[in-house]
Write a protein that binds this ligand. Structure first.
Ligand code: GLU
Length: 322
């Protein structure tokens, strides 16, 4: 090789290395500011939406920050707040009603006292209160004396079930209540071991889709008067329509109530780190939605509206630049 050619090749190699260096540097600009070497995301049961959303988000944060990001399966919102409180999770999916009760130390959290050491990252999507029943159960009144799962232990679903039943003049003692995850409820309903189950989750919920595809089921609607009584008594619910066709074989729309799912963070995580997490969530919305379609509902406006607890300083910086 002559000297001229060699010089050209060295220059070319140097240029390639410089470009690679720039790419690596620009990519790790974001990473460099991210301090936690471990992020644990408290989710829900594997047949729910929290788990799927959490897995997609964990993949993104882990990939971009090179941190060790894990998903914790759980009973749902109530357990997730406890995981945050006990420093066993850094991020969590929580219903807006449950997060308020936890923050204020009210209702199911009255024995725990107020827990203020967490804050909101983003409001995510509505969670419909779905009462999935065998097709011979026509109405919520028909649940009397039937075997019904009111949600997993540690779920927000359980509280929703109790509040909805109370609007119908019933309590858990009027039904033969059980605490099953969504996945276990599907199996139990198929095997005839339960007649119905409550499921507060984004629509479509994987467990409900699975069941609707393979058999005769019904989602029990809530009548207008009962919706008014629930939303009047509890401010976290809103009227919600499950559109026709979101589940196989269910061709009518269904009127019910919904709460909202939010991503929350422990205040032990710095504002800079939560800023990175919020940014990654929004920048990768489409990739997350490819795995979990509820992520299509993510937008800057609804992410900050109707959040009953303070926003995390890092999320605030992302939304409002301060
Ligand atoms: N919102 C439910 C609960 O806290 C969990 C929903 C899900 O797993 O997607 O009970």
């Amino acid at each position: 090789m002559n000297a001229m050619k060699m010089k050209k090749e060295i220059m070319f190699a140097a240029a390639v290395l410089a470009i690679i260096g720039l790419l690596v540097a620009s990519r790790s600009l974001e990473d460099a500011s991210f301090k936690p070497n471990r992020v644990r995301i408290a989710t829900g049961g594997p047949s729910g939406v929290y788990f799927k959303y959490g897995e997609a988000l964990a993949g993104i944060i882990g990939d971009r920050t090179k941190s060790d990001v894990t998903v914790i399966p759980s009973g749902g919102s109530v357990e997730n707040v406890r995981l945050l409180r006990e420093n066993r999770a850094e991020l969590a999916f929580v219903q807006n009603d449950i997060m308020t009760y936890a923050y204020d130390g009210a209702d199911i959290f009255s024995a725990d006292g107020p827990f203020k050491d967490f804050s909101a990252v983003a409001g995510l999507y509505p969670e419909a209160c779905q009462i999935v029943a065998r097709s011979d159960v026509k109405d919520i009144h028909d649940l009397k004396s039937r075997k019904v799962s009111i949600g997993d232990k540690g779920s927000g679903t359980e509280l929703n079930a109790i509040q909805i039943l109370s609007a119908y003049g019933m309590s858990e003692t009027d039904i033969d209540a059980d605490n099953l995850s969504f996945g276990a409820s599907v199996t139990a309903l198929r095997e005839g071991k339960i007649d119905a189950f409550f499921c507060t989750a984004g629509v479509p919920t994987p467990a409900v889709s699975e069941l609707a595809a393979s058999g005769e089921i019904r989602i029990l609607g809530i009548g207008a008067a009962h919706i008014a009584s629930i939303t009047g008594r509890y401010p976290y619910y809103s009227r919600h329509t499950i559109p026709a066709g979101v589940y196989p074989n269910l061709s009518d729309e269904i009127e019910t109530v919904a709460v909202r799912a939010a991503l929350v963070a422990s205040n032990r995580i710095s504002a800079d780190d939560v800023f990175v997490i919020t940014k990654l969530l929004f920048e990768n919305k489409d990739d997350i939605a490819a795995i979990c379609e509820e992520a299509n509902g993510l937008d800057r406006e609804s992410a900050v509206n109707g959040i009953p607890i303070p926003l995390h300083a890092g999320a605030e910086k992302f939304y409002f630049g301060k």
